[in-house]
Design a protein around this ligand. Structure first.
Ligand code: PL4
Length: 407
């Protein structure tokens, strides 16, 4: 028999979201009478999974993509880095045309590309993350051997955790960033909901350039930004093209969590320490282990970039932001201190002195509402709960009402 990959053995427990699903199932199984009664039916404000239908213009793009496959004249097969029209459209729509099609790679989602990007750097890479952060950054780093094997409540040895707390307004002190690190940065942030401003991103880029860091900038929630002064992409900051790649996605703005479509910008100006092109290596890696996004999904993506599609993106994000206001309002009525929900679909709620898994269990028990415990995102999340604003409005209203039971 083969030996198990020791890097998998180094991962702590299960991946966060299946663990939450497991605890939900366990709770439901021990309360079988609950499901039949509307007032005790479990409502999820846990995983950030979209719930609302894809809106008509974008949906018609998907349908048209499927129709085109049924005719010899319009049939297409593999599309490798993605349709040129879509890559050009993304550059024009989100980056003011600053990038060529050869710098934009269409993917099957931001998470999948984060995993593939990690292959560019490999074992021994020094990884740094905002703490708290989306667990894929750390778990993926462990899988490629970037982190040390030992793990404790303080996280993995070998990963630099940059605390994002109320004290620093959820933007980390960058002084402890080690030299030549791979830095994951997400804004608007999952889970805190904080969106970095131009000055903060300017400092991030300057620090990365000074310390030789490469930033993987996750902008999956950029379309939730409503404050016009906040940057929607790291590439609004001069110099970013020399130190950053950006991953993004149609999942959260267009409801494509199940459709699967995203993109990654890898500027040609970005180089390794030895001067080699990161863009060329990314071509090599994706060409080797990825066969392109679905052409149906890409047809939907093209529709999303039309004026009607962009209006639908705004409408859908506004809907979830409306949910966020309801949840945050209900929590603040109880005196619970929250951030987020204004430029992001997540609310980060503070429960001082408490362990987040205990608070998770209490909210499930008293309110029959599933949340995400902050410690799942890193040591600094220990006394926080993340509330996701993805849900049907009636469910969110019901959940917000039930939260009063925490008072
Ligand atoms: C549950 C910061 C959600 N099973 O859909 P993708 O791959 O384009 O984007 C995934 C993604 C990328 N970047 C950030 C994200 O927050 C997400 C999705 N996160 C959440 O609740 O935190 C869904 C999680 C999913 C997963 O593990 O990704």
């Amino acid at each position: 028999m083969l030996n198990r990959n020791p890097r998998i053995a180094a991962l702590k427990a299960g991946y966060l979201f299946p663990e939450i699903a497991r605890r939900r199932r366990e709770f439901a199984a021990s309360h079988p009478e609950d499901a039949a009664r509307p007032e005790t039916r479990i409502i999820s404000l846990g995983v950030g999974n979209t719930t609302e239908p894809i809106l008509p213009v974008i949906n018609e793009g998907l349908v048209d993509g499927a129709r085109r496959l049924a005719r010899a004249e319009t049939y297409t097969g593999y599309s490798d880095e993605g349709l040129a029209e879509l890559r050009e459209g993304i550059s024009k729509t989100f980056y003011g045309g600053a990038f060529s099609a050869g710098e934009i790679f269409i993917s099957d989602g931001a998470k999948c590309d984060i995993g593939r990007l990690q292959l560019l750097f490999g074992a021994g890479t020094r990884a740094a993350v905002q703490d708290p952060s989306y667990p894929v950054y750390v778990d993926g780093s462990v899988l490629i051997g970037a982190a040390g094997a030992s793990v404790s409540d303080e996280g993995y040895a070998g990963i630099s955790y940059l605390p994002c707390t109320a004290e620093n307004a959820y933007f980390p002190d960058l002084d402890p960033l080690p030299p030549n690190a791979l830095l994951y940065f997400c804004s608007p942030n999952n889970p805190t909901g904080a969106a970095a401003d131009k000055a903060q991103l300017g400092l991030l880029v300057q620090t990365a350039l000074k310390k030789g860091a490469l930033i993987i900038y996750d902008a999956a929630y950029a379309e939730y930004i409503r404050d016009g002064a906040l940057p929607k992409t790291i590439f609004e900051i001069p110099g970013a093209e020399e130190c950053a790649v950006e991953v993004n996605s149609f999942s959260k703005p267009a409801g494509f969590t199940g459709v699967r479509l995203g993109w990654t910008v890898v500027p040609k100006a970005l180089k390794y320490a030895g001067g080699e092109s990161v863009n060329a290596d990314w071509h090599r890696v994706t060409g080797t282990i990825f066969n392109g996004a679905s052409n149906i999904a890409q047809s939907g993506g093209l529709a999303a970039l039309t004026p009607g599609g962009l209006r639908e993106i705004r409408e859908l994000c506004d809907f979830y932001l409306g949910n966020a206001r309801l949840i945050r309002g209900a929590l603040e009525k109880l005196g619970i201190v929250c951030v987020g929900g204004d430029n992001s679909p997540y609310i980060w709620a503070r429960f001082p002195g408490r362990d987040s898994w205990d608070v998770f269990a209490e909210i499930l028990e008293k309110c029959r509402v599933v949340t995400t415990p902050g410690s799942g995102f890193g040591p600094s999340g220990r006394s926080f709960i993340r509330f996701s604003a993805f849900g049907h409005r009636a469910d969110v209203e019901e959940a917000a009402g039930r939260l009063a039971k925490l008072g």
